[in-house]
Design a protein around this ligand. Structure first.
Ligand code: HEM
Length: 466
């Protein structure tokens, strides 16, 4: 059996204390930036993290420290910093001890929260499930689910677009990735889609509430939903092991996967990879589609531009609002970048959201302009400039799957209707743990207008090297 990492402490206070000890043990100076705890800074960060990153970038340069809560967070921004962390020096950074380790209670030791040899082997085992042939067969399921969901798009109706896509994307993930029928994955008061949402809602709660343990806390709710989801996933693993049934899905692949030394995955790790894919496979898609239609509702003339393709609109959406907005890491050894030292064992993050808004890298970064993504525009981009899917050995595994899914949703919407964000709606963004609209996004469904954007030839979605 492939050996996974050592268990992670579920005690947040112990982890916080360890952070403070680790920060004090730094053997080299920290990058510039305020390192005293400030309630005002912490509050500002919770309200406007992007504004704060951009202000600090201007003041301190591409590497700086922010004291948020109890620990020093080093931020590395810009094309060179992204390339350094994701590609040229990726081995000096781990994910598991980074600040999003609070996903471990739900996701376990799946692709996102593991490092080193176990990450490499798991990724290798899982890659065949994301080859273009497999994506093509998943597309059938995606289209079926999109058509089913599109029945709600009745002219005159008001829907919460974010909620609509989330539900759809989770159904797609259950079916296409695990061969589970979402309608059968509910029994009595158990509904896998709702249960997963309940578990994830933990991350949208106030930080202080996330620390609480005991009955009736958000953590207790997470544990309850996790137990029910575990029952579903382990039940399916047992069922397939017992009857030998296999399909075209990732679960089937994981059940029989062996590395070159003949080592396979324990059921516990199959469950963790499954849970991680369910999470990664729907949260990002939902936010991307919602942000995209927010911008299209504000800039409807873009749909009449004969040069702009759906892919360019999607690429620009991921520039302005990359859902997986931050790459949380921990440095292994101290290092120097751009003339600044960074301690080992420090929380170090790359941040696509801020990197995609730097005024010295992008022209008018606050303008939604799909024309940045013409073939010539993409060619002119620097390594590490555009990184919505991360990069290097941890590039998003589901990139093609996500692109196929968002493409199908865009087409279904463009063909059937035009969506208008309700007047007076104000977009507020939360970090939980991907960026998403705080209170969903109500839209009015209007009858379709002939949109020229549809007639544009689809092209391969953007690939700018990290
Ligand atoms: C618009 C859609 C998506 C976006 C923008 C996106 C973005 C990302 C980013 C930025 C990372 C790297 C995070 C880091 O460096 O810390 C990542 C990793 C990952 N994504 Fe996605 N993702 C999308 C859709 C999906 C889908 C549909 C799946 C699964 C079906 C998926 C599965 C994964 C997995 C497993 C990883 C971890 C890869 C590794 O560490 O080796 N993603 N994603």
């Amino acid at each position: 059996m492939l050996e996974g990492p050592a268990p992670h402490s579920p005690n947040p206070l112990k982890l916080m204390l360890q952070d403070v000890i680790d920060d004090r043990a730094a053997t080299v100076p920290w990058p510039p930036g305020p390192r005293n705890f400030s309630l005002a800074n912490t509050k500002r960060f919770s309200e406007d993290p992007l504004g704060m990153y951009l202000e600090y970038y201007e003041r301190y340069g591409p590497v700086f420290t922010i004291k948020v809560l109890h620990f020093n967070a080093v931020m590395m921004l810009g094309p060179e910093a992204n390339h350094y962390m994701l590609v040229s020096h990726a081995d000096n950074f781990t994910w598991r001890e980074g600040y999003m380790r609070d996903l471990i209670p739900l996701l376990g030791d799946g692709m996102l929260t593991i490092d080193g040899a176990f990450h490499r082997s798991s990724r290798k085992l899982m890659l065949p499930a994301f080859h273009s042939k497999k994506i093509a067969s998943a597309t059938e399921i995606i289209n079926e689910e999109v058509d089913r969901a599109a029945e709600d798009l009745i002219p005159g109706a008001v829907i919460d677009l974010y909620d609509w896509v989330r539900h759809l994307a989770l159904r797609v993930a259950l079916r296409a990735l695990f061969g589970l029928d979402p309608d059968k994955a509910r029994a009595g008061d158990f509904d896998a889609v709702t249960e997963f949402e309940n578990a994830l809602s933990f991350h949208a709660r106030d930080f202080a509430l996330q620390l609480a343990r005991g009955p009736f806390t958000p953590y207790a709710k997470l544990v309850k939903s996790r137990a029910r989801l575990d029952q579903l996933i382990y039940g399916e693993i047992d069922r397939r092991r017992a009857n030998g049934e296999r399909g075209d899905d990732v679960l089937s692949l994981l059940l029989d996967a062996e590395d070159e030394d003949g080592q396979s995955l324990e059921d516990r790790h199959i469950r963790d990879h499954a849970m991680t894919l369910l999470f990664a496979g729907h949260d990002t898609t939902s936010s991307s589609v919602t942000f995209m239609f927010y911008e299209l509702s504000k800039n409807p003339e873009l749909l009449d531009d004969s040069v702009i393709t759906p892919e360019m609109i999607f690429d620009e959406t991921l520039r302005m609002y990359p859902p997986a907005y931050i790459g949380p890491r921990r440095s292994v050894e101290p290092f120097e970048f751009a003339g600044v030292t960074v301690p080992g064992n420090a929380h170090v993050n790359y941040c696509s959201w801020a990197s995609h808004h730097l005024p010295d890298v992008w022209d008018s970064p606050e303008t939604f302009d799909p024309m940045r993504f013409t073939e010539a525009g993409k060619k002119a981009m620097k390594k590490g400039q555009y990184i919505p899917f991360g990069g290097g050995s941890r590039t998003c595994l589901g990139m093609r799957f996500g692109q196929a899914e968002v493409g199908a949703i865009m087409r279904a919407i463009f063909e059937r209707c035009r969506l208008e964000v309700l007047p007076g709606y104000e977009l507020n963004i939360r970090l939980a743990p991907t960026i998403s609209p705080t209170q969903g996004m109500p839209v009015m469904v209007h009858r379709a207008e002939p949109a020229r954007v549809l007639s544009n030839t689809p092209q391969a979605a953007v690939e700018v090297p990290a």
